[in-house]
Design a protein. Structure first.
Lengths: 235, 228
């Protein structure tokens, strides 16, 4: 509430730049480790390697949406613009990873299931989740008043998150053929470490992206506030 | 007796919307005409083989109701926005959720009437035999309509005030309504074919849960949305 250009401004800190470099190095290392050390799968062969991008991307998608939910509810309770900007940053990052999950899943599905797309519970609900994100981001781009945009997207973000389990249940009842979720106990130990390190690398990347988008959003708001103040003759 | 006052407010707002619509009829008539047109177009896309039409009847009826319903939801706030009546409405004392509740009631009536016409036309055009379990079917349609109206009205409160309301409302609403549509279409289909797999009950329970969750959530969140 009542932010001024001074409180909105976030200087880009060197620490975050270092964090970004670290996140990307971690990602490259984790990918290289997983791809080079994992043996070819008995059924899937080297197609199995897509696991190290697809599965972490899917986890990060849900995590990002959780961040959207938390900051949307926090905005509704406290009304601070920072919470709204963080929710928006998480939504953008979440939508990107969501799209990545879908595309990688399709690339994996074509040779494995023989089709780019099957109407199965987890695929279909991930697609619906993507559509909810797209709606959220479209709403943000169509509303100019910052307070209105924040209030509305908080409601839309929270509702979307509430809906995710219901969508999943409904699509699951409608049809299901996806393989049972893999867990470390069903997965050969040769793959587990590669998957875990990649999940951590993806998490670092997510945090870095959300931070950078958030900084950008705050800088944009700061310029808007300066422009408003100048127009009112206060500068 | 605050709740009695609130109920009276809900009734007055619903009655105001119903009266406006009853006197002009323009909105309702065009929405129903659109729904029937969509049904006919589905007939062209899927027919003319009788069995194919019968299989797709439930889906066609629900999608026709959904597409036409979007217009009705946007209208329910547009009339007030155009005449600048929304601010005075907000300035009246009393809880804000009563505005949403009143509009929900009025919209439920419109959509219910529209659905009734869509079902009559759909049953005729798609050569559907009315099943013995028609009371359950009626209940399922009512529950589906509630889900449609609750989120439709809530999202219209936002989208009708933006630059791109025609695009934005379906974009926000349709993905959110996936559970309602799946449950309504699959449940109707099951009941129309005699519910051999006993799955209609599960779909009806899903609709009840969805309706309760989102009626509560919209009433809670409405204050934030309309204030802005």
């Amino acid at each position: 509430m009542n932010e001024t250009a001074a409180t909105m401004n976030v200087p880009r800190s060197r620490a975050w730049s270092l964090f970004g470099v670290f996140a990307f190095v971690a990602l490259i290392a984790a990918q290289a480790y997983a791809v080079l050390t994992s043996p070819a799968d008995r059924d899937m062969g080297h197609l199995q390697k897509i696991l190290y991008v697809h599965v972490p991307a899917a986890w990060i998608t849900f995590l990002a949406f959780l961040v959207v939910l938390v900051y949307s509810v926090r905005y509704m309770l406290r009304g601070q613009e920072k919470d709204d900007l963080l929710a928006a940053a998480a939504a953008e990052v979440g939508a990107t990873f969501n799209g990545l999950t879908l595309v990688l899943g399709m690339i994996w599905g074509k040779p494995t299931w023989g089709a780019w797309w099957v109407w199965e519970a987890r695929l279909t609900s991930t697609l619906v989740l993507f559509m909810i994100f797209v709606g959220y981001l479209a709403l943000r781009s169509f509303v100019d008043d910052p307070q209105q945009r924040a209030q509305w997207s908080a409601a839309v973000g929270a509702f979307g998150a509430i809906n995710v389990p219901i969508v999943y249940m409904s699509v699951r009842w409608w049809r299901t053929i996806h393989q049972i979720q893999s867990s470390p106990s069903t997965m050969d130990s040769a793959y587990v470490l590669g998957l875990r390190t990649n999940a951590i690398a993806f998490l670092l990347i997510m945090i870095y992206f959300i931070r950078r988008r958030y900084e950008l959003a705050r800088l944009r708001r700061a310029t808007e506030l300066i422009a408003d103040a100048a127009a009112l003759g206060g500068m | 007796m605050a709740w009695r006052e609130d109920l009276r407010r809900v009734r007055v707002i619903a009655w105001k919307d119903i009266t406006t619509e009853r006197r002009s009829k323009a909105g309702f008539n065009s929405v129903v005409a659109l729904a029937v047109t969509i049904l006919v177009l589905f007939g062209f896309a899927l027919g003319p083989e009788a069995q194919a039409l019968r299989d797709a009847a439930a889906g066609a009826m629900w999608l026709a109701a959904l597409f036409a319903g979007v217009l009705a939801f946007n209208r329910s706030f547009q009339v007030e926005l155009e005449s600048g009546a929304i601010e005075p409405l907000l300035l009246y004392p009393g809880s804000r959720w009563t505005i949403l509740a009143g509009k929900l009631l009025a919209n439920a009536l419109f959509v219910g009437l529209m659905l009734a016409i869509v079902v009559i036309v759909g049953v005729t055009l798609f050569q559907v035999a009315i099943p013995k379990a028609w009371p359950s079917l009626l209940g399922l349609f009512a529950l589906g309509a509630v889900g449609l109206v609750v989120l439709g009205t809530f999202y219209a409160a936002m989208s009708s005030r933006t630059r791109a309301r025609e695009v934005l409302l379906p974009l926000l609403l349709f993905p959110m309504l996936v559970p309602v549509l799946l449950a309504a279409i699959s449940g109707s289909k099951a009941l129309l074919t005699g519910d051999l797999m006993h799955e209609a009950g599960a779909w009806i329970r899903l609709l009840i849960a969805y309706d309760i969750i989102f009626v509560a959530a919209t009433l809670l969140a409405f204050e934030h949305v309309i204030e802005a």
